[in-house]
Design a protein around this ligand. Structure first.
Ligand SMILES: Cc1cc2nc3c(=O)[nH]c(=O)nc-3n(C[C@H](O)[C@H](O)[C@H](O)COP(=O)(O)O)c2cc1C
Length: 404
């Protein structure tokens, strides 16, 4: 059966351009089903899209009297891509906060396919901090936007907010569709979060890693169709994908055991966890009392998991993270060589607005073949997308010139 595109249409004057989007997908042999908001139904009759697609249009959540099927869930199972064009400020706000009070926004929560949103609205609505915040929130969940252009708006004003060109919207939709299976068949192991090294039953050493970068990587890998295993230190984040395996660990030694247990089955390993380099030489069975003035502790080295993985690398792709506070690029390049990595991703953790704990990051990426670049500040999910685009490039190059 041909893949099904679900096109969401909300109440912007530009909704007439959605007809061209329907046609463009149909020309490429996709099935198109349309959901309209009730307000869009006040601007134009659903019959237009019904005639164009040859199918009923979904608009009223409670219209279906069938007892066997619940339309929005049924439709979510069939969807390969959910494209909303035009998306009003209202729809974007509802998606960002999980409001599900009509068919379109309810479908958004029920769908697990890739989502692409093409906003259209007056410039003031578009540039309103609330709209921008809602968009940033959705972006951090991996949702793609086809940004509006500048020009004459429906009210006659000039400004930002015009719906992007239908061809551009279709192109991003097709890209999202192909990305959703670009890593199908690949087994990816991601590590995330800090470790905890106990001094006694009460106290431990840890670090400032929140796990957000590793969780975003695992989420992005799953969204590209990969089979993901996540080894996670103690964090307070929800499991970022459905299916797949999550192994929770606490100490560097547990992280090491889990990684070596699971690494043989992985095609790609991304070490984003901040594993302790040192642990207390001994862990006291009872709480250390504050008897003396000072307390001396001896710390001992933990295993360098990444270096060990580099030694046993074979044909696997190995990606390491470097958290640096100085000489970022030099230290990252040195790590790439010393640990036999395919790629290193370095971030300057001394910056307050990126790195540890933050929702965004700005990273320096260096590849074994000499390519290197610095990203802008973006959400950790967007950084993950940049990283996986590079990984897919490495896979492609390996395919074309396999190791001797
Ligand atoms: C003629 C007309 C044009 C409108 N165009 C837009 C628009 O382009 N973008 C937008 O965000 N809202 C627009 N609005 C306002 C929305 O229709 C309004 O916020 C509505 O509540 C959104 O409903 P919906 O998101 O369920 O479709 C327009 C309203 C009218 C009456």
């Amino acid at each position: 059966m041909n893949e099904t595109i679900i096109l969401g249409v909300s109440s912007s004057i530009s909704l007439y351009k959605a007809c061209e989007i329907v046609r463009a997908f149909q020309k490429r042999e996709f099935q198109v089903r349309v959901i309209m908001t009730p307000n869009a139904g006040k601007l134009i009759s659903p019959r237009l899209f019904q005639a164009l697609t040859g199918h009923e249009v979904f608009l009223d959540l409670f219209a279906d009297s069938s007892v066997e099927r619940i339309a929005h869930i049924d439709l979510a199972r069939q969807a390969s891509l959910f494209l909303v064009a035009p998306a009003t400020a209202n729809v974007i706000g509802k998606f960002a906060s999980g409001v599900a009070d009509e068919f379109l926004s309810t479908f958004f929560l029920a769908a697990s396919c890739p989502v692409v949103i093409a906003p259209a609205m007056h410039e003031n609505m578009y540039l309103h901090p609330q709209t921008q915040e809602n968009m940033a929130r959705l972006r951090s969940r991996g949702i793609r936007f086809v940004l509006p252009g500048k020009g004459q708006l429906a009210c006659g004003d000039e400004g930002w907010g015009r719906l992007a060109q239908p061809e551009a919207i279709v192109a991003v939709g097709l890209e999202a569709l192909s990305r959703s299976t670009s890593l199908t068949g690949k087994r990816i192991l991601v590590t995330a979060g800090p470790t905890r090294e106990s001094v006694d039953p009460v106290r431990y050493f840890t670090n400032r890693s929140s796990g957000k970068m590793g969780y975003a990587l695992a989420e992005e890998a799953a969204s590209r169709g990969a089979e993901v295993t996540l080894v996670s230190g103690p964090v307070s984040l929800p499991v970022p994908f459905r299916g797949g395996l999550v192994r929770n660990v606490e100490t560097a030694a547990e992280m090491e055991a889990a990684v070596f247990d699971l690494s043989a089955k992985a095609d790609i390993i991304i070490m984003a966890a901040a594993v302790a380099d040192f642990r207390p030489a001994r862990t006291e069975a009872n709480k250390i009392k504050k008897a003396g003035a000072d307390l001396e502790l001896t710390l001992t080295r933990t295993t360098d998991i990444l270096a060990e993985l580099g030694r046993r690398k074979s044909s696997r792709i190995l990606v390491g993270f470097a958290a640096e506070t100085e000489a970022l690029e030099d230290n990252a390049r040195a790590k790439l060589q010393d640990k036999n990595l395919d790629m290193v991703v370095a971030n300057d953790v001394s910056q307050p607005d990126t790195g540890f704990g933050s929702d965004s990051n700005r990273v320096f990426v260096a590849l074994r073949d000499g390519k290197s670049f610095q990203t802008e500040k973006m959400s950790k999910r967007e950084v993950s997308s940049v990283i996986f685009n590079e990984i897919e490039g490495i896979i492609e190059r390996k395919k074309n010139s396999p190791d001797p």
